[in-house]
Design a binder for this molecule. Structure first.
Ligand SMILES: [Zn+2]
Ligand SMILES: [Zn+2]
Length: 445
């Protein structure tokens, strides 16, 4: 009997997710579907009126599955707020690096053939060009800015996108950091997460993941997935990597099949994707994330608000962190305990370069270290302001300033409490309300 309860405890969130996804397919919304490349992107297709708010770009996290239910409740919250807003649902590569994801998002919005940049593609050994997109908001420029909201890796991607806009990295386009009016990462490990070492990330300057690590295995499964042509089920958008498809090679006859088998054996031993530094897993590690963060500069005209979650508290006597509530999802209880007690040398080495203590890295939301969710650089009086709880619930709201991070610290909140919002809980409704009020304030300034 006890065993049945344990199984139910583990399976319950999965069953709820399945039911929600099934239900949402039937749900009628006012979103229309536009085909972009081979991925479907939902966007409000009405023209923008004079009194409408600025559009919001929504960026999902790692393994984002491209389903509108990730942001469920947001269109309704916007309707309730009384201000129309265009929603731009980005669909970047589910396991691609933040650089590649930022490129894909830029061309999904502006339209045109995705250009990953000559220097970058030469350095990492993938094709320079990717999918062609019709453009979800081609008028996007300095005079038509947008708001950016990203969850987890989606927030890290948004930070890279603004850096690339600020440094004019999209050939043939004139860009500016002002193209982003506000940027809000949610539970985003902008300086990396120590959980990534569980996936087998090598530390100490070595790139990539060990062959027999979890990430090494995932990468090889992805190669095989692409190889046998299962993209129609779920497109990971890895087309720019030199990955062969069995279908293509079979068409080329016996020689093609021989090449296919040889290629498959080669990537199973040495994966071009997993062995390098151009993938999401590397960018989520402390070394990769801190390298990206070191490039990112604050734009004096953008409003920044991050939502940093924590589900742990210090354990008595030991100084490590343990879950603050036993009723969270069991997997997160285990992961937060792992993060809460990690003291490996790689962490000690990195923390010196980013001005934090090892103890600050114990607190987490079950996936990302809380200190890493604040902002890309260390705390400074002129750089950031921290508040506890949603500002919209405070009697006296903290003043919002351009070019300064406002960090909303949320206690008792896990990595998945705010998003994906399959169930639209009261916390998620409160979060949407808070966020939309932040946008109003940012547009009024
Ligand atoms: Zn790349
Ligand atoms: Zn700070």
């Amino acid at each position: 009997m006890k065993g049945a309860w344990v199984i139910l405890w583990f399976l319950w969130p999965i069953l709820r997710l399945y039911r929600t996804l099934r239900g949402s397919r039937r749900e009628k919304t006012d979103l229309k579907i536009t085909e972009v490349g081979s991925t479907s992107v939902e966007v409000l297709t009405d023209p923008i009126h004079k009194d409408d708010g600025l559009p919001i770009l929504l960026i999902e996290g790692l393994f984002g599955f491209g389903h509108e239910s990730y942001w469920r409740g947001l269109p309704q919250a916007i309707e309730t707020s009384g201000r129309r807003r265009k929603l731009i649902f980005a669909k970047p590569g589910a396991v691609s690096s933040v650089h590649d994801r930022a490129c894909e998002i830029f061309y999904q919005i502006k339209g045109g053939r995705t250009d990953y940049g000559k220097e970058h593609s030469d350095e990492f050994g993938h094709q320079r060009y990717g999918k062609t997109h019709p453009g979800l908001y081609p008028e996007w420029d300095k005079d038509h800015p947008i708001h950016v909201l990203g969850h987890s890796l989606g927030g890290c991607t948004g930070a890279m996108l603004q850096h690339m806009l600020a440094t004019n990295q999209f050939e043939g386009h004139v860009t500016h950091a002002d193209m982003i009016r506000s940027f809000s990462p949610i539970c985003s490990p902008m300086r990396g997460t120590t959980i990534i070492h569980l996936l087998g990330l090598r530390s100490g300057g070595q790139a990539g993941f060990a062959l027999l690590s979890l990430s090494g295995i995932i990468s090889r499964v992805l190669h095989f997935y692409q190889f046998i042509g299962l993209n129609f089920i779920w497109d990971f958008q890895m087309d720019h990597w030199p990955l062969f498809s069995l279908k293509r090679l079979v068409r080329e006859g016996a020689e093609g099949i021989r090449m296919a088998v040889l290629w498959l054996i080669t990537v199973m031993v040495r994966s071009p994707f997993a062995e390098g530094k151009d993938n999401a897993f590397y960018d989520l590690g402390l070394e990769g994330a801190c390298q990206s963060a070191s490039k990112i500069k604050m734009n004096p005209n953008t409003f920044y608000r991050s939502y940093a979650a924590s589900m742990t508290r210090p354990a008595p006597f030991f100084g490590y962190h343990i879950p603050s509530n036993i009723l969270h999802w069991p997997a997160l209880l285990l992961l937060s305990t792992y993060i809460g007690s990690r003291t490996r040398s790689s962490l000690k080495k990195v923390k010196e370069s980013i001005g934090t203590t090892v103890e600050q890295w114990f607190e987490s939301d079950g996936v990302a270290n809380t200190v890493s969710q604040y902002h890309p650089h260390s705390c400074r009086e002129d750089y950031c302001q921290h508040v506890r709880g949603f500002p919209s619930r405070m009697e006296k709201r903290p003043a919002l300033e351009r070019g300064k991070w406002q960090v909303v610290e949320l206690r008792g909140v896990t990595h998945f409490c705010l998003l994906p919002s399959f169930l639209v809980s009261s916390t998620q409704r409160q979060f949407y309300k808070d966020y939309l009020e932040f946008l109003e304030e940012a547009e009024a300034c």
